[in-house]
Design a protein around this ligand. Structure first.
Ligand SMILES: [Fe+2]
Ligand SMILES: [Fe+2]
Length: 290
């Protein structure tokens, strides 16, 4: 097993957040306000930091200076190629550009050796995953991905990824997803099965959380059925994800799933519970969630 920084301090916490969307000034203020509780805290950032390369760099640089270790997995927004972004790379070259940026900042990416959390609640292998989606979370009544997409189109639900997230050099987003799943699955299978994992992905690994979406057709852009049992197969003590902008804790097969998104300012206004700054992943805080 590959080992990079190992947290051992007794007061250290493994914390998580996603969907910082720093394009919004209120979200930038939120990021500026984030501070670790101890100098040994780690932070998992599960994607959708922003769209513009400079914004992503700003946020990850700031966080990497404050937290002992920052681990990042890309969301769909980081992979958009926006006309206003001086970085016009598309698809995989854009992803790899962001990986290089993270390495300059000391931020761990899905392309790096998985670090081991050795602090309270550990040991646990922290596995940032980049898997994308393949439209296989089809809405009820649909039999195939194409059928599901057609229904989503009829309902007027189309993710902006269709315009801005290019799969280059893969022929499709499905093909890129398939390639990511194959290589990631191989890496996870090589881990010591006795050591628990924290699986961290922007997209939910299972379908169930998407059933809470206001527009169920949007599930097509939320994950892949190929990962439905990874939390069991790869001995997860927790699964961290975002993308849905529905922050909550649920349990599946005895495994804790944490949706940790900050989301858009208007979404926070509509929620009847105040946004929690950062979610504690380890040590488990003792609440059963759900
Ligand atoms: Fe998001
Ligand atoms: Fe997203």
């Amino acid at each position: 097993m590959s080992c990079v920084p190992i947290a051992r301090a007794t007061d250290a916490k493994l914390l998580a957040v996603s969907d910082l969307h720093v394009t919004y000034s209120k979200n930038r203020e939120f990021v500026e306000s984030l501070r670790p509780e101890s100098e040994s805290d780690w932070l998992l950032v599960a994607g959708d930091v922003g769209e513009m390369a400079a914004d992503i760099e700003w946020a990850l640089r700031l966080l990497s200076r404050r937290f002992a270790t920052v681990v990042w997995a890309p969301g769909n927004h980081e992979l958009w190629t926006c006309r206003a972004d001086p970085v016009q790379l598309r698809g995989e070259p854009r992803y790899l550009h962001l990986v290089r940026l993270c390495r300059r900042l000391g931020v761990v990416t899905p392309e790096d050796p998985y670090p081991v959390w050795g602090g309270p609640g550990g040991p646990a292998v922290i596995a940032p995953l980049f898997l994308l989606y393949d439209y296989s979370f089809v809405p009820s009544g649909a039999m195939t991905a194409a059928d599901g997409l057609a229904r989503a189109c009829e309902a007027g639900v189309v993710c902006t990824d269709e315009i801005l997230l290019h799969p280059d050099p893969y022929p499709s987003r499905q093909a890129w997803c398939r390639a990511r799943v194959v290589t990631t699955e191989r890496r996870l299978a090589d881990l010591d099965p006795r050591v628990p994992t924290v699986l961290m992905s922007h997209f939910p690994l299972i379908r169930e959380p998407t059933l809470r979406l206001r527009y169920p057709e949007f599930a097509a852009w939320c994950g892949t059925t190929r990962t439905f049992d990874w939390h069991v197969r790869f001995n997860a003590t927790a699964v961290v994800y975002g993308h849905l902008h529905i922050p909550l804790t649920t349990w599946h097969d005895g495994v804790r799933f944490e949706e940790v998104s900050l989301g858009y300012p208007e979404e926070r206004q509509q929620r009847d519970v105040p946004a929690v700054a950062l979610r504690q992943i380890l040590p488990a805080d003792g609440s059963s969630g759900d």
